[in-house]
Ligand binder design. Structure first.
Ligand code: G3D
Ligand code: MG
Length: 204
C-alpha cells in the first residue's frame, strides 16, 4: 500500500470516529407520570416553560443541550402504559429517568421499583445483543418545591449505588419550569455517552 493510500485510510478512520462521536444521541425520557418529563422536553426544545397535558403516546424532538445534539423521546409514565417503555428503551443511546424530588416516600419507592425493573430489562437486552449498557441520568426534578430531596439522597433511595458496575449513571438536580440545572445535567450525560461510544469503538 502506498503512502498516499495509508493517509487516505487514516483520514477516513478519523472522520468516521469524529462522525461517530458527534452523531446525535437518541435518548428516552422515562419516569412516573407527572415527574416532569414533557416539561423537560419542551424546556429543552423551546427554551421556555410550556404547559403540558398528560402524554398520550409519545413526543419526539431534536434538541441541543449540554454541548450536544439529541433526539429525545418522551413517553407516557402512567402505570398502564409503563410496559411500553421497553419498546422505546431497547436500542437507545441513553436513558433519562425523571423523578419528582418533592414526591412522597411511596412515590419514590414506586419510582425505584420501575427503575430497577427497567435496569434488569436492559441487562438482558444488552447481553443478548452484545451491546454496552446505555448510560442512565437520573434527573432530580422539581428542586424548586419545598421538601425536594437532594440528588444524592434520591440516588440512594432509588438504589443507584447497587446497580451493576457496568451500568454508567449520574444524578443531577433540575427545575424544568425555570430550566435551571438542565444544561449541566445534559452535559454530564453527554460525557457518559462519549465514554460509552469510545469503549464500544475500542472493543471493535
Ligand atoms: P410528565 O410528562 O412526567 O407526566 P409533566 O409530567 O411534564 O406533564 O408535568 C407534570 C406537572 O409537573 C405539570 O404541572 C408541570 O408544570 C409540573 N412540573 C414539571 N417540572 C416541574 C418543576 O421542575 N417544578 C415544578 N414546580 N413543577 C414542575 P401541572 O400543574 O400542569 O400538572
Ligand atoms: Mg408527559
Amino acid at each position: 500500500m502506498g503512502v498516499g493510500r495509508v493517509v487516505e485510510v487514516a483520514q477516513s478512520l478519523v472522520q468516521g470516529f469524529v462522525a461517530l462521536l458527534s452523531a446525535p444521541a437518541h435518548i428516552v425520557l422515562v419516569g412516573l407520570d407527572s415527574s416532569g418529563k414533557t416539561t423537560v422536553l419542551f424546556r429543552l426544545r423551546y427554551g421556555q416553560y410550556v404547559n403540558t397535558t398528560p402524554t398520550v403516546g409519545f413526543n419526539c424532538e431534536k434538541v441541543k443541550s449540554g454541548g450536544a445534539h439529541w433526539l429525545v423521546w418522551d413517553v407516557g409514565g402512567a402505570e398502564r402504559v409503563r410496559p411500553l417503555w421497553r419498546s422505546y428503551t431497547r436500542a437507545t443511546d441513553a436513558l433519562v429517568f425523571v423523578v419528582d424530588s418533592s414526591s412522597s416516600a411511596e412515590r419514590v419507592e414506586e419510582a425505584r421499583v420501575e427503575l430497577q425493573r427497567l435496569s434488569k430489562q436492559q441487562v438482558a437486552e444488552c447481553v443478548a445483543h452484545n451491546r454496552p449498557r446505555p448510560p442512565l441520568l437520573v434527573l432530580a426534578n422539581k428542586q424548586d418545591l419545598p421538601g425536594a430531596r437532594e440528588p444524592q439522597h434520591l440516588a440512594k433511595a432509588l438504589g443507584l449505588p447497587d446497580l451493576p458496575e457496568c451500568q454508567p449513571w449520574a444524578v443531577a438536580p433540575a427545575c424544568a419550569v425555570t430550566g435551571e440545572g438542565l444544561d449541566e445535567a445534559m452535559a454530564a450525560l453527554h460525557t457518559l455517552v462519549l465514554k460509552t461510544r469510545k469503549q464500544q469503538k475500542n472493543k471493535k
